[in-house]
Design a protein around this ligand. Structure first.
Ligand code: 0L1
Ligand code: MG
Length: 263
């Protein structure tokens, strides 16, 4: 049975409460097992609207999730997902992330695309994405599912803005012409010890392919990439847990590196 507007509002309140009170909650499909993907994106939209208003912030981009075959397999799905980035999620490399504000954060290495013109419509091609991309840069996304033990179904995680909470972008900007985006090696270390290695080919085969997928998905809901957006194109390896005192660095072949620390 379709969710009523009141039920959607209750779910939004529940997820906002988990985030603001910094505690994990039971996944919403335990109470609403028939939640559909469209309803989950409605809830995500509602959460965005509440956060923008109540945090006095603004939308700055999009994040792609579940872009690797490994993560899709782990969740038993065969589709990627997207969520929104807002300004108050943006962290810098030189200011530590406050662990006490987060539930159970993990870091994942991604390539950020800086979009220089609106991309709308449902026939977007790789050429359109490349033409609209001003720069690419190394990035770390912090995911912090509001759900207990990071356990959820596809619709749960979509409703929860795809677990997104923060992101950091490195300062080296590259032109897409100068780089083979489909074949970038990556090493992610924690406190100087290598924890993950990966390749941009893990991102739906090629990050630009993931961007094309997202642009066409956004179009289905009347949305699109906007001039000025930062887009996190999807993780190049598994995420790693971060604790107080940790420093995480991801080095991307030819793209430079990005770090974050946590206190
Ligand atoms: O950005 C991501 O790929 C994460 C999407 C949600 C799944 C998770 O929290 O691991
Ligand atoms: Mg991610």
């Amino acid at each position: 049975m379709a969710l009523t507007d009141i039920q959607k509002e209750n779910i939004i309140e529940y997820l906002l409460y988990a985030e603001r009170d910094v505690h994990e909650v039971i996944k919403i499909t335990d109470e609403y097992p028939s939640l559909t993907i469209d309803e989950a994106y409605d809830i995500q939209d509602g959460l965005l609207a509440r956060r923008l208003k109540e945090n006095n912030t603004k939308r700055v981009g999009i994040k792609l999730g579940l872009t690797s075959e490994a993560k899709q397999k782990m969740m038993g799905v065969n589709e990627a997902i997207y969520g929104y980035l807002h300004e108050d999620m943006l962290e810098t490399e030189w200011e530590p992330i406050q662990h006490a504000e987060l539930i159970h954060p993990k870091a994942e290495p991604e390539i950020a695309f800086f979009i220089d013109k609106d991309i709308e419509g449902d026939k977007i091609t790789a050429e359109d994405i490349l033409q609209a991309t001003k720069y690419v840069a190394p990035a770390l996304e912090i995911i912090d599912s509001r759900y207990k033990d990071f356990k959820f179904t596809l619709v749960d995680v979509v409703a929860d803005n795809c677990s997104s909470v923060k992101f950091v972008v490195g300062s080296k900007l590259s032109l897409t012409d100068d780089i083979d985006l489909g074949n970038i090696g990556m090493v992610m270390s924690k406190n100087g010890k290598v924890e993950q290695t990966g390749s941009s080919s893990a991102v739906l085969g090629h990050p630009v392919k993931a961007m094309v997928w997202a642009a066409n998905m956004l179009a289905k809901r009347g949305q699109g990439f906007k001039k000025g957006d930062v887009v996190l194109s999807g993780a190049m390896s598994e995420a790693i847990a971060i604790e107080v005192g940790d420093t995480v660095t991801a080095e991307f072949e030819g793209l430079g590196s990005v770090s974050l620390s946590c206190e």
